[in-house]
Design a protein around this ligand. Structure first.
Ligand code: 13P
Ligand code: SF4
Length: 421
């Protein structure tokens, strides 16, 4: 088990002004009621009733001292043994990730969900779309739990099924006269999207990608279609297309709220990658000025960023890659190296703690955790695990069968599209 050495929670609580949002320092039960964070849920999710709504963690768990919460988590893990598997994303806070049986990026965790078919329950310490994916890929008898139902992803919320369907219909009308073996458009959804959008891709000959296999997925799509409709993350779409040699003028960003999608018809005809206007609020904070500053302060610094960062930032960095690619980049560096990283702070601090002989820091001087992932507090983990010990499945994520069937088609295509390195 990892020892918690540098908790972001402790830093934020000690000095709220050091973080991107002083609300983060509030007690988690207050923070969970802060408006402005969508649940990231698929409209078609069947949420069991009764369900504890975000922020309604039973009051005895809210008041429990940290030591007791951790003792309960350890005891429940011990009792449940192989009946339980806990998955943790790299961005999860250390207080929680220390209990994960698998820690990884989105692609690895989707695979990890498949490696323990004997487990009765998968507890996903990540965000909603990750738990939905695990539910779609898991055996029907397996339960998937998201300890706090408010742990969504603001980027995933930026593309809803209705808007994507409407944009798709406009495009189909525009491209109706095209002939030939290739489809006019292949829909590609980033993993960070609702199950409903994954199902949309499954129904329309499309595929899911993660940040680690986006290039393989775009190649797959271009073997089958003239163009790609990529949602929700404009930056991952643009950065991946650009690295594959697609000219910027052939990657227009559509506006689903505007007539004609806000793009000249000829531009839509000439397009290779149609970008959706979504973004990640953590990664959009990284700037070229931060990279310039790091290079001025540490000549020879190596800069690596996540491809959800804006294109000029990816261009100015030495490398770009998924959370696991960032981990590997650091592991392959030499003692004494200085590495500036453009991704979520929990991962950066963990890598710094694991490599004390290197200077590793986040490009963003302000502490900005993924505020939705941050909602998985040990209190929720303890409460859901105690429930399992008592025979009750709390905060279960259940994707409706019809959605899951179509989404699985797109996810299985994704699992076959291996990352390039
Ligand atoms: P990875 O697929 O690189 O783990 O990224 C997931 C994510 O949400 C990044 O913001
Ligand atoms: Fe979503 Fe950004 Fe958080 Fe990733 S870091 S889960 S994209 S909000």
């Amino acid at each position: 088990m990892t020892t918690v050495t540098r908790s972001v929670d402790a830093v934020i609580t000690a000095d709220p002004s050091a973080s991107c949002d002083t609300d983060l320092a509030a007690s988690p039960w207050v923070f969970d009621l802060t408006p402005g964070y969508g649940p990231g849920a698929s409209e078609n999710d069947v949420i069991p009733d009764p369900v504890v709504r975000p922020g309604q963690l039973p009051v005895d768990y809210q008041r429990m001292p940290d030591e007791e919460l951790h003792a309960r988590i350890r005891a429940a893990k011990e009792t449940l043994g192989d009946r339980l598997v806990i998955l943790g994303h790299f961005y999860q806070r250390d207080e929680v990730v220390q209990y994960a049986d698998f820690v990884g990026d989105s692609f690895q965790l989707a695979n990890a969900a498949l490696t323990r078919p004997e487990a009765e329950t998968i507890v996903f310490c990540g965000v909603h779309f990750m738990a939905e994916t695990a539910d779609i890929l898991a055996r029907p008898e397996q339960h998937v739990i998201l300890p706090n139902l408010a742990a969504g992803c603001s980027m995933a919320d930026m593309a809803d099924e209705e808007s994507v369907e409407a944009a798709w219909e406009e495009l189909m009308e525009l491209y109706a006269d095209e002939e030939g073996d290739l489809a006019s458009v292949i829909p590609v959804t980033y993993m960070n999207s609702s199950a409903a959008l994954k199902a949309f891709c499954g129904r329309h000959g499309g595929i899911v990608c993660t940040s680690s296999n986006a290039a393989t997925v775009l190649e797959w799509a271009f073997e089958r279609g003239r163009r790609v409709l990529f949602f929700p993350d404009q930056h991952l779409g643009r950065n991946t297309g650009k690295a594959m040699g697609v000219p910027l003028e052939q990657m227009p960003m559509i506006n689903p709220r505007k007539p004609g999608l806000g793009v000249e018809p000829q531009e839509l005809m000439d397009a290779r990658v149609l970008l959706w206007p979504g973004f990640c609020s953590v990664h959009k904070r990284f700037t070229v000025a931060q990279i310039d500053q790091a290079r001025a302060q540490y000549p020879g610094v190596k800069v690596i960023v996540h491809p959800e960062s804006p294109m000029p930032v990816v261009d100015a960095a030495d490398a770009a890659g998924s959370t696991d690619a960032i981990r590997k980049f650091v592991a392959a560096s030499a003692p004494g190296d200085v590495i500036a990283i453009g991704t979520e702070i929990n991962l950066v601090n963990r890598l710094a703690a694991e490599h004390p002989d290197r200077t590793i820091f986040c490009l963003d001087p302000v502490i900005c955790p993924c505020s939705t992932m941050y909602r998985i507090h040990p209190g929720y983990l303890a409460w859901t695990l105690d429930g399992l010990v008592e025979g009750e499945v709390r905060n279960e994520i259940v994707v409706a069968d019809d959605v899951a069937t179509d989404a699985k088609v797109a996810l299985e295509r994704m699992l076959a599209a291996l990352p390039k390195d």
